[in-house]
Ligand binder design. Structure first.
Ligand code: SAM
Ligand code: SF4
Length: 337
């Protein structure tokens, strides 16, 4: 018997009593960028295509989890727009009973071509990664000279009517400082919420160290000097970002203090890799093989039981700040950020 929330949805709880409503689905580990904080510059070994879940398999799992209480989905990767016919998957997922929100995180390179069909298919929200507005800095961090295409992608997403667009910028010490005000001003001018994410130890090159993280409080200090900010109360209980509004009323920003003040106590999400492994934390060191189950002919109840078993042992929090922190073997592009 499942407990119902006040909205009459089933309530899915983990072993710590956190309510899980969000599934992030990686649709590929491939990417056309090589961001320094995520992928190696070259010689990347990608998953064989037959190892990826098909659209039907992804939808099957979503049908199961939607009955358990998950109603928000986010497509990610790798670069999700590299997955052929992605709008077809969006339409399949948006049609699943109980799913209220299908969102996507993208580097926006292919968004100019695909924004309209994604919108038509039922995609509701977009997070677009953009770390620098200076052309050289963009190329340095993304290892691709593609700033123009990304800006065109954002413009097209706005043109076709995406209402909620967030800009994600990874904050790296001695690199991001000069870009913060430029990104904030772009957000204020175009009514986009810019979110700065503290650099996490998920980079394939393993260059992460604490000294390379530009911390949330340092970012707030930089912004506050030019555009005074006021914290939005309890924002960390709603999503991963601590949100601040500009005191002049011109929008807000978010800071994801994944290292300095993680939101683990309020975590409401699980993840599925492109090859069908359920991960209960971004930093999980073990995975639960859903692909094996569905390709082995499991029924819905068996899939549900496997997910519930995984949720009982969902990690209380990540251990970046502890001595026994262990890096996941997968880098960010293969997990699905
Ligand atoms: N390719 C898409 C993109 O870049 O938006 C989606 C996948 S990417 C892995 C998802 C998000 O993770 C992006 O916003 C990216 O900036 C962020 N990210 C990747 N590596 C990170 C790291 N080491 N620390 C913090 N954020 C990271
Ligand atoms: Fe690709 Fe996104 Fe990773 Fe950059 S952050 S390399 S765009 S998957």
């Amino acid at each position: 018997m499942s407990v119902l929330t006040e909205n009459n949805r089933p309530q899915l709880m983990d072993g710590m009593g956190r309510t899980i409503v969000n599934l992030r689905i990686s649709v590929t580990d491939r990417c056309n960028f090589r961001c320094t904080y995520c992928m190696p510059a070259d010689n990347v070994e990608f998953m064989d295509r037959d190892k990826l879940l098909t659209f039907e398999e992804i939808t099957r799992i979503v049908q199961v989890v939607s009955k358990m209480g998950i109603y928000r989905l986010r497509l990610t990767g790798g670069e999700p727009l590299l997955r052929k016919s992605l709008p077809v998957l969006v339409a399949m997922l948006a049609a699943v009973e109980g799913i209220e929100d299908v969102a996507m995180t993208t580097n926006a390179f292919f968004l100019k071509q695909q924004a309209q069909s994604l919108k038509d298919a039922g995609l509701k929200r977009l997070n677009i990664s953009l770390d620098a507005l200076d052309q050289d800095k963009f190329t340095e961090v993304n290892r691709r000279d593609c700033l123009t295409q990304v800006l065109e992608g954002i413009a097209e997403a706005r043109r076709v009517g995406f209402k909620s667009i967030k800009i994600n910028a990874v904050a790296v010490k001695n690199f991001s400082e000069s870009e913060i005000i430029k990104l904030v001003e772009m957000g204020r001018e175009q009514d986009l919420e810019v979110r700065f994410i503290e650099f996490m130890p998920l980079d394939a090159d393993k260059i992460w160290e604490r000294g390379k993280v530009l911390f949330g409080h340092e970012i707030v200090d930089i912004i506050n000097k030019k555009y005074p900010l006021e914290p939005i109360k309890d924002s960390l209980e709603i999503g991963p970002a601590s949100e601040y509004k500009f005191t002049d009323g011109k929008g807000k920003i978010g800071i994801i203090t994944a290292v300095s003040n993680p939101f683990c106590d309020y975590c409401n999400r699980i993840r599925m890799t492109a090859d069908g492994k359920l991960r209960t934390c971004l930093f999980s060191t073990n995975e639960h093989n859903l692909k094996e189950l569905i390709r082995g002919g499991a029924n819905d109840e068996e899939i549900e039981n496997k997910i519930r078993e995984a949720l009982v042992i969902k990690e209380p929090g990540h251990k970046i700040n502890l001595d026994d922190f262990e890096r996941p073997t997968r880098a960010m592009h293969a997990i699905g950020g």
